[in-house]
Design a protein around this ligand. Structure first.
Ligand SMILES: Nc1ncnc2c1ncn2[C@@H]1O[C@H](COP(=O)(O)OP(=O)(O)OP(=O)(O)O)[C@@H](O)[C@H]1O
Length: 605
């Protein structure tokens, strides 16, 4: 029975009930449950929580009204419901595919499927034609709550949706972008896809919010910035033509910046509403990485003056897809909300053990600093003896190529400028290929080949003549004279050997102008990875040394990348480390918008 239980996270309210999830006195709890508040004198903080709860209830009621107006027959789900409350889907969700937050260029070329997302193969493999290409697991059917949000966006509503790690925010965002781009296919520049940071922007094929707005560092006040934009034809055109502004990883958007953009939009578009009436689609998890603190007090976007006015619909995705073990989901949620029970603390501490992976593919160690990542990967590479090193140098381009800005943008790509590989190197795929080989899939380089004797995957014609498949044993490198050779990777989960050829990444403005592009083999060394780059990633084997984690939110981001407790090793677990961001958020009452999460998925009623 428990295996059938859907893994849920988060509430849409603080009206939670801890009776089935008691928090012992030893827990890290600092926020009262509302059930307690009615029975004794309320503290100042409790009163504040209660007041904001009342305000939140009002807003939720408004959102529910909008939902209720949406006809259930359009949900596209078998278990559609006209009930305004977001319900748990009636059916068990399909097998989650390991995907990371990225919108590969190949994604856009997919034929549109009704509210399903499917990655597309672009790379060769040795898989013989007879092995049928599975399609089902790769089809990610949006859950009911994801579909509701998509519908609201389609109806032109400004929306902020959040959810704990692994609740499918990125999957939904990809679908929203795809749907909107299709709808506005005849209106150039209508959809602006942006994110708070370069890395996050690259992951969704967009630009940074600064870049979109044309504000440089954005230090001046809104009036000055607007005057600056007026003198910049391209930036001005973007502001005027944009119909929908998408902002991903909003937790890292500074509240002051949000207000400046809101005001700029009003000036530039001569429209009294924040952002000049542009529809907003904002997503992120405020419990993950916060805005970069430039010395002063951090102000989150939800604390911005115009936040409430700009975004009338707030949602919390509750169904966790990344982790399927309810115990792990609960542990992560306790951590997210700073309510770690003694039991969970002990459980996390027990994850210090070494894990011996018999297949030789070790866990990806997540580090806060890039230098540690590079050193770790370099050390492991140099430990591989007797194998020739292949160096792949990226081919870069775009209108900003060669400028400082362009160089910074290129540095945000997951794909490195120079990729050094050997037979035996542990790698991670950084593009989606098919349902089993996705961004985040781990494997080992087993040989290099020019690809002449490899079949395409999936085969172009089911009944066509079979081409010979490469059967080179691991380590048997083929180097045809004068030709390029590409790495062949044996993937951990599928056990398939796939020839990996270059792919293209682009930073593109809404008008289609390519700011920078990079063509590179879509692999990175994966013995180690930075926590920043891991954000949005789904990893089966993860190792984190919490003694090295220093930034707020990093511990939660790092640990929540793992799909299971079995594949997670945690060194120096310290509950204090994971509390840091929470105290930030609680002090700003954001918890009220997200609530307590459990595997049961309690919601606002
Ligand atoms: N509707 C769905 N059905 C099945 N699997 C899904 C669905 N939505 C998301 N997933 C899967 O869940 C995993 C996590 O999804 P995703 O990366 O979108 O979550 P997220 O909320 O963006 O996480 P994070 O905040 O940690 O980046 C992925 O493997 C994704 O394929």
């Amino acid at each position: 029975m428990s295996q059938q239980k859907q893994v849920m996270s988060g509430l849409r309210s603080i009206k939670r009930d801890f009776s089935s999830n008691p928090v012992p006195s030893s827990s890290q709890d600092s926020t009262p449950s509302s059930s307690q508040s009615g029975t004794r004198t309320l503290s100042g903080m409790e009163k504040r929580l209660r007041d904001i709860q009342a305000a939140l209830d009002e807003r939720a009621a408004c959102t529910e009204k909008v939902l209720a107006s949406y006809p259930s027959s359009q949900s596209g789900l078998s278990s559609s419901s006209s009930n305004s409350t977001l319900k748990r889907p009636a059916t068990t969700h399909p097998e989650p595919a390991n995907k990371r937050r990225q919108l590969p260029s190949s994604w856009n070329r997919d034929p549109p499927t009704a509210h399903t997302t499917q990655s597309r193969n672009t790379i060769g493999t040795v898989t013989p034609k007879t092995s049928s290409v599975p399609t089902k697991p790769g089809l990610v059917a949006l859950s009911q709550e994801q579909t509701h949000i998509l519908r609201l966006v389609e109806q032109g509503n400004s929306v902020f949706y959040t959810g704990s790690a692994g609740t499918g925010k990125s999957v939904l965002l990809r679908e929203i972008i795809k749907t909107l781009k299709k709808r506005y296919s005849k209106v150039p520049d209508a959809i602006a896809v942006t994110a708070s940071t370069g890395i996050a922007a690259c992951n969704i094929g967009g630009v940074t919010i600064h870049s979109f707005a044309g504000i440089g560092l954005g230090i001046e006040d809104a009036e000055h910035l607007a005057t600056k934009v007026k003198k910049n034809k391209k930036a001005m055109a973007r502001w005027l033509r944009t119909k929908v502004l998408i902002i991903d990883e909003v937790s890292m958007v500074d509240g002051e910046l949000f207000d400046k953009l809101a005001r700029m939009g009003s000036f530039l578009r001569r429209h009294v509403e924040p952002f000049g009436g542009i529809q907003l689609v904002v997503t992120g998890d405020f419990f993950q990485l916060p805005p970069v603190n430039k010395g002063g007090q951090v102000k989150f976007a939800f604390e911005a003056e115009y936040w409430k006015q700009a975004i009338k619909n707030t949602f919390n995705l509750t169904q966790v897809f990344r982790q399927r073990d309810p115990e792990f989901v609960d542990m992560l949620n306790e951590m997210r909300f700073g309510r770690l029970t003694q039991k969970s603390i002990m459980k996390f501490k027990r994850l210090e053990r070494e894990i011996d992976y018999e297949d030789g593919v070790s866990a990806t160690e997540l580090f806060p600093r890039r230098e540690d990542v590079e050193n770790s990967n370099r050390l492991r590479m140099s430990g591989i003896q007797g194998s020739h090193e292949h160096i792949y140098t990226a081919s870069d381009g775009g209108v900003l190529y060669g400028t400082d800005q362009g160089t910074k943008m290129l540095a945000n790509f997951m794909a490195p400028q120079q990729l050094k590989l050997k037979v035996g190197a542990q790698v991670m795929l950084i593009k989606n290929m098919d349902e089993f080989h996705v961004n985040g899939s781990m494997g080992t380089v087993v040989q290099f080949s020019d690809g002449t004797d490899w079949t395409a995957y999936p085969p172009p014609e089911e009944d066509g003549p079979k081409k010979p498949t490469s059967k080179g044993p691991a380590g048997n490198e083929k180097k045809p004279a004068g030709g390029m050779v590409w790495p062949v990777v044996e993937f951990l989960t599928s056990r398939r050997r796939i020839l990996i050829q270059p792919e293209v990444w682009k930073v593109e403005l809404p008008n289609g102008e390519i700011q920078v592009s990079r063509t590179q083999v879509p692999l990175i060394l994966s013995w180690a990875m930075s926590i920043h780059k891991s954000q949005g990633q789904t990893l089966e084997r993860v190792k984190v040394n919490l003694a090295k984690v220093f930034e707020k939110g990093q511990a939660y981001v790092a640990l929540s990348r793992a799909t299971s407790l079995e594949g997670l090793q945690v060194l120096h677990f310290d509950p204090a480390k994971v509390r840091a961001l929470l105290s930030y958020i609680i002090s700003r009452s954001f918890i009220l918008f997200t609530g307590q999460g459990t595997s049961q998925g309690r919601r606002m009623e």
